[in-house]
Design a protein around this ligand. Sequence first.
Ligand SMILES: O=c1[nH]cnc2c1ncn2[C@@H]1O[C@H](CO)[C@@H](O)[C@H]1O
Ligand SMILES: [Zn+2]
Length: 377
Amino acid sequence: MTTLRTPPTEDQILRAPKVLLHDHLDGGLRPATIVELAREQGYDRLPEEDPGRLGHWFREAADSGSLERYLETFAHTCAVMQTREALVRVASECVRDLAADGVVYAEIRYAPEQHLTAGLTLEQVVEAVNDGFREGERLAAGEGRRIRVGALLTAMRHAARSLEIAELANRYRDRGVVGFDIAGAEAGFPPTRHLPAFEFLKRENNHFTIHAGEAFGLPSIWEALQLCGADRLGHGVRIMDDIETGEDGTVRLGRLAAYVRDKRVPLEMCPTSNLQTGAASSYAEHPIGLLRRLHFRVTVNTDNRLMSGTSMSREFGHLVRTFGWTLDDLQWLTVNAMKSAFIPFDERLSMINDVIKPGYAGLRSEWLFGADPVARS
Ligand SMILES: O=c1[nH]cnc2c1ncn2[C@@H]1O[C@H](CO)[C@@H](O)[C@H]1O
Ligand SMILES: [Zn+2]
């Protein structure tokens, strides 16, 4: 018998409204697009020419157990994202791919400083990506799929341009950019290296997230929250180091873990990416299971769809199979993500009440009362 505890099917997961807060533009290109752009631009260093083999190469190369090695693969995607045309195309395809996967709201990040080698200015990069996002939204809407996308501007933590990028994010805040982030190798590059950028954004009442607690542990999370003032944590999986589970199953939170839970700090968790970089050893052992049970403000994300061969539906699918999560769990995660987005409160609320809840209610009722055969497809 089908009950509300029955795990959703793949088709239901695909059709469920989803919200994505942590996805890198340069980690989500279609392999065929990389091949075409490389050909057009005369980039001859791709490891494979065939899109199928190239996609496979990215997944294998990223599956190294180390964040540093994982990040090396981005040299190829960034190499073909240096012109306005390429950026518009990649951004537009990104939105259409997410819409086809049932994503209704996404914040997509990229580092403008990595797209300057052919002479674009930082502003031209931001405007090209914004134009691509708007085109993607229009094309998706034309196919009956409504999606809204905001940009997050990332500064690379090994570089020294974070204040400049934060100022750029602030200048474009009412024009497509909803916040700021730092990314790149974590060990050796603590968030406080970029304090002036974060202090600037706080003075401007702007929003930012910080990749923290992925390849480095609690000190990185503590700095990101208590010294930098991050609104959200990218990954944050290592918060587990501050949670003790006794032999009898009782759970004790340390001060930092308690703070993260008490303050409802959103955790942008990316299970498949964590398996590849060695931040977690299996889906079953991924901290997301326990953190969800403990009611941390957990969200599910893709990180890099190309390198991880994933999508929001695939991430949800892994969690449904591993933890037996139901539509109620998926709705909870989706509402968590929407609550944690960087767009204004009233707009988040309307996404929750007008799109997300009715979407899940529709799936539940179709389940209980029988799907109309068209919807079931
Ligand atoms: O999981 C991650 N941790 C840290 N940095 C990352 C991760 N995924 C991607 N990037 C880095 O962010 C840049 C801008 O999008 C990418 O070029 C990559 O170097
Ligand atoms: Zn990331």
